[in-house]
Design a protein around this ligand. Structure first.
Ligand SMILES: CC(C)(COP(=O)(O)OP(=O)(O)OC[C@H]1O[C@@H](n2cnc3c(N)ncnc32)[C@H](O)[C@@H]1OP(=O)(O)O)[C@@H](O)C(=O)NCCC(=O)NCCS
Length: 212
């Protein structure tokens, strides 16, 4: 369909996926660290340094959803960790922009430097995020238009991982009470809940997907 396309995220589209992130998940650690962190550090490290991929969905010319994954999240977080100075500069900009973000930014910064101790950490590939604007999600939009952006985005990431020889990946999401939509979505797509607990300071559920 001409109106609908899912395309890989190139350097020029980094600000589009960052915008989707900031709108839909303003309280995720990535968004809380600010625009500069997302557009100059996080997504460039992932996408320009070859640690992962992202795709974006457009509908009628408008970005409506995105998804991203890392080939090896340990390497990705290590690469981010090496950019401490850049991160400090980026978050300082955010705090300067709005001083009231100070405590939020400090909490979010800890997220990236906390050790990941949960049991799925031996699976390298990690699906990092999937985001669809609320008005384009399953409940309303699919039933009217039969376009399932979230599922298509997720399948596109799975296909890309499979084509790179990845046979298993993991992901973290909030616990069921905090985010029922995401938990239902991952279960519907074949994810197995393998662990629940504190991950990088957040109560999380870990799902594993088998691509074999
Ligand atoms: C995760 C996400 C991409 C899934 O998108 P989606 O499949 O289009 O679906 P929805 O959000 O409409 O909901 C998925 C399912 O949960 C159900 N659901 C929605 N809200 C619910 C609620 N408050 N309680 C229980 N179930 C709910 C829906 O009915 C739907 O199931 P159905 O398709 O069988 O009806 C989307 O919810 C999203 O972008 N969320 C915000 C970002 C996010 O949390 N991402 C995951 C972590 S990175």
């Amino acid at each position: 369909m001409d109106n609908y396309k899912i395309i890989p995220v190139s350097t020029e589209l980094i600000s589009e996926i960052a915008r989707l992130h900031a709108i839909v998940m303003p309280h995720s650690p990535i968004s809380e660290l600010g625009w500069e962190f997302m557009t100059q550090v996080y997504f460039p490290t992932l996408l320009q340094e070859g640690h992962g991929e992202a795709v974006i969905a457009y509908y009628k010319g408008k970005p409506v959803g995105m998804t991203a994954y890392a080939f090896d999240s340990h390497s990705f977080y290590t690469a981010l960790g090496r950019k401490r100075i850049k991160i400090i500069k980026a978050v300082a900009k955010e705090i300067k922009r709005d001083l009231s973000t100070l405590s939020t930014v400090i909490r979010a910064t800890r997220f990236y430097f906390q050790k990941n101790t949960e049991p799925t950490s031996e699976i390298p590939a990690e699906h990092l995020a999937i985001i669809v604007l609320e008005e384009y999600r399953a409940s309303d939009f699919v039933r009217k238009n039969r376009l399932y952006f979230a599922r298509d985005l997720f399948h596109s990431a799975m296909e890309s991982m499979r084509s790179k020889g990845i046979n298993k990946f993991r992901l973290f999401t909030d616990d069921y009470e905090t985010n029922p939509q995401a938990n239902i979505f991952y279960r519907m797509l074949g994810g197995t809940l393998v662990w629940s607990g504190m991950n990088r300071g957040h109560i999380s559920n870990a799902y594993v997907f088998d691509l074999m």
